[in-house]
Ligand binder design. Structure first.
Ligand SMILES: Cc1cc2nc3c(=O)[nH]c(=O)nc-3n(C[C@H](O)[C@H](O)[C@H](O)COP(=O)(O)OP(=O)(O)OC[C@H]3O[C@@H](n4cnc5c(N)ncnc54)[C@H](O)[C@@H]3O)c2cc1C
Length: 370
């Protein structure tokens, strides 16, 4: 029987493998891709979609279509566990899939943080699909009354969401909501002062209020309570408190790094199971911890593609080198951004024009095959 390659998740690190999947078929291998959605959404453009700059179809890749078009199988479902000794993936549906070689690009999730059982009006920033629902809800509520939106967390996704709520409601002609960021402590604390100050200035110019007076302890659909006991009533809440790698590996007893991501060596290969590979937010790179940014997932593409082939054909593996400093551009809404690369930092229209150009080019490249 032909060897079976299974891809769990069609994320940013699997893009090159997905568009070249017919190369595996051409060599006589079977390929199955497992994913909870027929599309994969490009997170870098997610806040822009919330703000109305992009439509959902601008920012998604038609995974199922691309896989089936090349003669492979797409299984709609969520992988929940691996039985590495039997080389089996268990799906939420109870179905199992046997593999010879497997690669994980199943991303990360926003932890629940003492969330009430009722999650109406509460939107984690991932999966990106959630931002579509949030957009519809903001339009609905803000056209009826004055609302207050809270964003929990003070990192990049929080500030991009805040800027793009402002853009959405300014352009949609509804009541401008009050937007409050609860960042616990200093907002964008891990970034250089030049970036932080520009972002803060941009948010304040849009009327965004920034609260640094303590961490959020509990969240319910009507508001939040801080550890200090203070209560804030809110109509809508975004959770932007950082991400954790997909829990598949911890659940399966596969070696992980301290954050729960699958521990991989320089070949992006599990340190315990040589037929298991992975990329993006769901792995922990043994040589050096990597930031949870799409940039690394994208850089891992050619190495994963090569090494999956190499594992099937018993050929030498390629080493992944994370590369140096990366370009960061934050979409602050209103067609403006904040850019940082090494010593260079600036904000304004040009920053967003550059981001928009890079992001659209990336999507065009991978949507071309559709
Ligand atoms: C709002 C926001 C904006 C961001 N902006 C940027 C940016 O501008 N630049 C940047 O570099 N980074 C950005 N990031 C970080 C970036 O999103 C992540 O680092 C990147 O998405 C990681 O890519 P990934 O493919 O590993 O994961 P994901 O993009 O999460 O993709 C994972 C894929 O796996 C699938 N999947 C999930 N669970 C399962 C399962 N159980 N079984 C099978 N399949 C599964 C999902 O459907 C998805 O297709 C942003 C993050 C957020 C939240």
């Amino acid at each position: 029987m032909a060897k079976h390659l299974v891809l769990v998740g069609g994320g940013h690190a699997h893009m090159v493998t997905l568009v070249n999947i017919n190369a595996f078929v051409g060599k006589g291998y079977r390929v199955t891709v497992i994913g909870p959605s027929e599309h994969h959404y490009y997170s870098g453009m997610g806040p822009g979609m919330l703000g109305g700059t992009y439509s959902p179809s601008d920012i998604r890749f038609a995974t199922k279509h691309v896989v089936e078009k090349q003669g492979c199988v797409f299984l709609l479902g969520k992988a929940v566990r691996v039985r590495p000794d039997e080389r089996l993936i268990e799906l939420e549906s109870g179905e199992t899939v046997r593999y010879d070689v497997v690669s994980f690009n199943a991303g990360s999730y926003v932890p629940r943080l003492n969330l009430s059982e009722v999650t109406e009006n509460i939107y984690p920033v991932k999966p990106i699909e959630k931002l579509m629902e949030a957009q519809a809800r903001i339009k609905e509520l803000a056209s009826q009354k004055s609302i207050t939106i809270g964003i929990i967390g003070g990192g990049p996704s929080s500030v991009e969401i805040a800027g793009n709520i402002w853009q959405l409601t300014s352009e949609y002609g509804v009541n401008q909501p009050r937007v409050k960021i609860f960042s616990g402590s200093r907002m964008m604390a891990n970034y250089p002062e030049g970036v932080r100050a520009r972002i803060e200035k941009s948010l304040k110019s849009h009327g965004v209020e920034i609260y640094t007076n303590g961490f959020v302890q509990t969240i319910d659909p009507d508001g939040i309570n801080l550890e200090s006991g203070e209560r804030y009533d809110l109509d809508l809440i975004f959770l932007a408190i950082g991400v954790k790698p997909n829990a598949i590996f911890e659940r399966s007893g596969i070696p992980t790094g301290p954050d729960g991501g699958m521990l991989v060596n320089a070949y992006l290969q599990s340190t315990a199971y040589p037929e298991m590979f992975g990329g993006g937010d769901c792995i922990y790179f043994q040589d050096q911890p990597l930031d949870k940014v799409g940039v690394y997932a994208v850089r891992q593409n050619p190495v994963l593609y090569n090494n999956l082939f190499a594992a099937l054909e018993e050929k030498p593996f390629q080493v992944f080198s994370p590369g140096g400093d990366y370009l960061l551009i934050f979409n602050m809404g209103g067609g403006k951004g904040v850019l940082r690369k090494k010593w260079l930092t600036f904000g304004g229209r040009l920053a967003f024009i550059i981001k928009n150009y890079i992001d659209r080019k990336f999507m065009k490249k991978f949507q071309a095959i559709e």
